[in-house]
Design a protein around this ligand. Sequence first.
Ligand SMILES: *Cc1c(COP(=O)(O)O)cnc(C)c1O
Length: 432
Amino acid sequence: MKNKNSSKLFEEAKKYIPGGVNSPVRAFKSVGGNPRFIKRAKGAYLIDEDNNKYVDMINSWGPMILGHAFGPIENEVKKATKSSFSFGAPTEKEVRMAKLICDLVPSVEMVRMVNSGTEATMSAIRLARAYTVKDKIIKFEGCYHGHGDAFLISAGSGALSMGHPDSPGVTQSTANDTLTAPYNNKEALSELITKNKGKIAGLILEPVVGNMGCVLPETGYLEFIREICTKEKIVLIFDEVMTGFRLALGGAQERFGVTPDLTTMGKIIGGGMPVGAYGGKKELMEMVSPSGPMYQAGTLSGNPIAMSAGLEMLKQLKNHPEIYKNLDEAGQEIAYGIKAALNELELNYTVNQIGSMYSLFFTDQTVTDYDKAKTCDTQTFGKYFNFMLEKGIYLAPSQFESLFISTRIDKKLIKKILKANFQSLYELKAQK
Ligand SMILES: *Cc1c(COP(=O)(O)O)cnc(C)c1O
């Protein structure tokens, strides 16, 4: 497979952009090789600067659930560009967008638009702190909530230990206010809350995790979290930046029937444009400036071009509810096919899947939390990734990511993906 133009661009990029990329996970650091520079995409396919064509299983890390350059969204964006790109004053589209989000997402009575998932989560914990007049937040090991300081914390030696920063530049005092617990572990969470009784403002989690690979909440886990947060007066935040409008029209909260106090959104909500949002109970959201005292702002928030893309995306999803059933079926078919290949080749790896999210974990363990995810053989994953790439399937270049199925992955493409998967696993086995 030709890679000349991408390699050349990458060499040049590294001179002017840290690591040659504008977001770390785009680099192929953990899988080996050079990132492919993409020049265009249409439907299910990405085309790179060397004219290689790939079936896209990342979909811009989630947003392109209807595939690339989806006609109706493209049209809305084109129309909007004729009326200037930004006003810094309110527009009708923002009202339509806010109303639609409130209609679709069970927990959301009011919503504020921002420009990224990171902004949404940062604002949501500020709001939880403003509302409760408490400082500490709880997050879970392996959950990603954007690059805000408060979230770049790992658990350290144990769930009950004080958080320590994952990145230089995050201060110890910030880390001290972030408590971490292992995912899917009720006892550890109860203990952590008891130990910090009366000090916790909010608890944030991915209701289905995508950022340690795809990890599902165990039966009753989300209900348990809802209950304990209500009892302890902790603001419960579902980070649905990834799961929102993906696992159901109303997100994971609709799918699992558990309603948080606040919800953060991003990715699909912008249809590929840089958009995020946070929303929830009126009582909380009315604390946000200028209606209340908690300050939060954005020069380009609710940008008219971005709103045109996002609003059309949400309308499409709302008007075609069969999308979710079809995505569920496609997800099941792919997961089933991968498992069948593993069986046939007598490879003992793990597949997690829900709806249009799935991961193949290179471990024989059941993956229910971050410690289990870390048992994966990332070198083998790197080889698998490159075998798949050679066969025209573009996976996320990291073991610890969920893959995304778009509505453009039809029966024929599922066959192609499964065939490439079987061959790649076969080649892996032959190497051993
Ligand atoms: C992607 C993601 C974020 C961060 O969103 P950005 O738009 O990259 O800032 C936050 N939370 C979750 C669950 C995500 O998947």
